[in-house]
Design a protein around this ligand. Structure first.
Ligand code: ADP
Ligand code: MG
Length: 380
């Protein structure tokens, strides 16, 4: 993590490497998902919040494609014709290809990237990067594009070109979030509601990388498909698991064997919880929202079986010391726990939780807080 703001860092990196200032400077945020875990690929709602931490892209006209990230500081030449899987420039090339399909033609550009979003920590540095790149390069080409179009370009870049089986939540929040609001995104219909939230969200890093989880996540996705098939055999007419109502659960839970009954129960109750959480947020009922977060964590732990001991301790300890609620956020098996803390108790809860974690796991967890940030924007 850097001390200088990423906007200043991207500007000076651009200057140093390319000899003049960037013509456009654009930023997009990372995100944390308040509630709605593993609902996105089951047609349900998610409730993400944009972070104050952002990825900044500076871009300037050039006759070939050159890019540098403050991450390693190395200028690399790229070509839309040559995918560089395994390199960060794959995301740039993905954006260039998706832009190409919209008819955007640039002979090249110089691109400098700096970010305060941790990478690979489940906070969506990838969508912050692709959305910022898409807006910077369309801006450089003098094209005005809607936020919805940016979502498409960024999603195609990551999904079709880089080859990540992601939904559209990350790109949607990076492009469309409003400062001081969470975003209720119904992945089944695409409907978006901005829900005011002025408070802080605390993040406790488990220190366990979520990178090891590809296999388990794919397994869960398959299990959800099987569970949907089993529900249909029971006469349920649903396009996705999230279409099944909580009132239909008791009968289905009796009919389905484990683990499919557990996956079903998580998705159906999480869908219901997420919509209630948006209501609690709108009503500024943070104690209720906190209880929904804790229920969500229990559902991840017991039914989706995607938690880990580090996350369980952080949640349990935070709640015992007075948090309104906490839960594992992101794909699971590591990553971060988010907490909602009454402001007057913040410092004490954080200190107690850190100490308990250190005693059990031998290291201090990184803890930080964010308010709800805004979506993609110009920094000039
Ligand atoms: P997450 O989106 O949860 O942070 P991903 O694995 O989806 O994790 O995306 C992380 C990848 O995105 C990095 O490995 C890197 O290739 C790319 N990336 C994100 N931000 C930057 C950045 N500022 N500079 C270079 N690459 C970046
Ligand atoms: Mg990502």
């Amino acid at each position: 993590m850097t001390q200088a703001s990423p906007a200043r860092q991207a500007t000076s990196l651009f200057l140093e490497r390319f000899g003049s200032g960037p013509a456009v400077l654009v930023s997009a945020p990372g995100r944390v998902n308040l509630l709605g875990e593993h609902t996105d690929y089951n047609g349900g709602p998610v409730l993400p919040v944009a972070l104050e931490r952002r990825t900044v892209v500076g871009a300037g006209h050039a006759d070939r494609w050159r890019a540098v990230s403050a991450q390693d500081g190395m200028v690399v030449e790229v070509s839309p014709d040559r995918m560089e899987q395994g390199s960060w420039t794959a995301y740039l090339i993905g954006v260039l290809r998706a832009l190409g399909r919209t008819g955007l033609t640039l002979p090249g550009a110089s691109v400098a990237v700096a970010s305060s979003v941790p990478m690979g920590a489940g906070l969506s540095s990838s969508a912050a990067l692709t959305v910022a790149l898409a807006r910077a390069l369309t801006g450089l080409a003098g094209k005005k594009v809607s936020a919805e179009a940016l979502v498409d370009i960024a999603w195609q870049a990551e999904h079709d070109e880089v080859g990540v089986a992601c939904g559209r939540m990350d790109q949607t929040v990076a492009a469309l979030a409003r400062p001081g609001h969470a975003l209720l995104f119904e992945t089944g219909t695409g409907a978006i509601t901005h829900v005011p939230y002025e408070g802080r969200i605390w993040l406790f890093q488990t220190g366990v990388s979520h990178r090891l989880t590809g296999g388990q996540l794919n397994q869960r996705r398959q299990e959800c498909e099987v569970a949907l098939g089993l529900c249909r055999e029971q006469g349920i007419d649903a396009e996705a698991l999230a279409d099944i109502g909580v009132e239909q659960l008791p009968r289905l839970l009796r009919a389905l064997p484990v683990p499919w009954s557990q996956r079903l129960r998580h998705v159906v109750t999480e869908t219901d919880r997420t919509r209630r959480a948006a209501g609690a947020l709108a009503a500024r009922d943070l104690p209720l929202l906190g209880r929904l977060l804790v229920e969500g964590h229990e559902s991840l732990r017991q039914d989706y079986q995607s938690s880990c001991p580090e996350a369980d301790l952080l949640v349990e300890s935070a709640v015992r010391h007075g948090a309104w609620g906490a839960r594992l956020t992101g794909a699971g098996w590591g990553g971060a726990v988010l907490g909602l803390l009454p402001p007057e108790k913040e410092a004490r809860i954080v200190a107690e939780v850190q100490e308990e974690f250190r005693l059990r796991f031998g290291q201090m967890p990184e803890v930080w807080a964010t308010k709800a940030g805004g979506g993609v924007r110009s920094e000039k």
